[in-house]
Design a protein around this ligand. Structure first.
Ligand SMILES: [Mn+2]
Length: 336
């Protein structure tokens, strides 16, 4: 593993450390960030985890989650100050610095050593010590490998193990997506030996739905769902008022796109969500359908081959039309 010795050297004495995760952090970003924070604190570092925007409520049980500094929630000055004063900044689970939103320029201009730990493909050259492994199923998997390579696995306690397990479980769709490898299972076996209670983590993440979310799913399947069988494509669209009607919180619409991909014969799925400032798209596919490239080409986005996201500043109707144009343009690949 490249960069291991410089990293070992860097954290060999107590430092002021900031760990940043992407906006609307998912379980992989937040779990990896919190797991790393807990580990570094055991080595007497001063550590803060910073998120540009809030994490979904179903992650609030992750050990340390309540101490995450959420920049958008009135913590802008504090976040900027922590970044400016940091000796080391970790960037966890994101491929381009713009995922840090308003923290981006402050991180970019900081004199701290920047350490990247991520599993997304990118052409971005940012970072002093870069640990990027696109074959890793999750950033959490990669972090565990780094911890082992540093010889620090004895520091992994149950809380850290469960943070990392949450990231791996969700990024692999509970070990059913194509990114799951023998190594993934080996890392998970180690996390279980360190005490991770996999049934508990699964229950806390997947069986923690509020009733509104389930009622919304019923509504969306009936009124906000379009299947294009000739294109092996299905998508949900969500209007901005739906969030109010069903009192939806951050993360409540997360699983929708997987429902769409779950329909027999569908290889390309989307959730097109109208927000106050923009329309956000989540894209999923199975097999050789490269939704990260399409997200980049059409919606200023990116991600993995089978899971990506993007954004549109057109109206919802125009965005749907653009999405259907994409589907038309890619028909040959979708139906091959
Ligand atoms: Mn990830």
């Amino acid at each position: 593993m490249d960069n291991l010795l410089p990293l070992k050297e860097l954290i060999s004495s107590p430092k002021r450390i900031v760990i940043t995760v992407h906006q609307r952090p998912d379980a992989d970003a937040l779990g990896t960030g919190l797991g790393l924070a807990a580990l570094l604190k055991k080595r007497q570092h001063q550590v803060h985890v910073l998120a540009p925007t809030a994490y979904p409520a179903f992650l609030d049980w992750l050990p340390g989650a309540s101490e995450v500094v959420i920049c958008s929630q009135g913590n802008q000055e504090r976040s900027f100050e922590l970044i400016r004063r940091a000796d080391v900044i970790f960037c966890i689970d994101f491929p381009t610095l713009n995922r840090l939103h308003e923290m981006e320029p402050v991180v970019r201009n900081s004199a701290a050593v920047k350490v990247i730990i991520d599993h997304h493909p990118t052409t971005d050259q940012f970072g002093d010590l870069v640990f990027r492994e696109t074959k890793a199923a999750a950033t959490a998997e990669l972090l565990y490998e780094i911890i082992e390579a540093l010889g620090e696995q004895a520091l992994v306690d149950r809380g850290i193990a469960e943070c990392l397990y949450a990231g791996i479980m969700t990024d692999t769709g509970s070990f059913k997506h194509a990114n799951t490898t023998p190594k993934t299972h080996c890392v998970v076996a180690s996390l279980m030996r360190h005490g991770a209670d996999v049934a508990k983590v699964s229950r806390l993440i997947y069986e923690n739905n509020n009733l509104n979310k389930l009622k919304f799913l019923g509504f969306a399947l009936n009124h906000r769902f379009v299947v294009l069988p000739d294109y092996k494509t299905a998508y949900f669209f969500i209007k901005v008022e739906d969030y109010q009607t069903y009192n939806l919180q951050t993360g409540d619409t997360e699983g929708l796109v997987d429902q769409a991909l779950g329909v027999k014969g569908i290889v390309f799925a989307a959730a097109i969500k109208e927000k106050k400032d923009a329309v956000r798209l989540s894209l999923r596919s199975s097999g050789e359908v490269p939704v990260n490239l399409w997200a980049k080409e059409y919606f200023e986005g990116g991600g993995h081959q089978n899971a990506a996201g993007g954004v549109s500043y057109l109206s919802l109707e125009e965005t749907i039309r653009k999405f259907e144009d994409l589907v038309e343009a890619k028909r040959a690949l979708l139906t091959s």
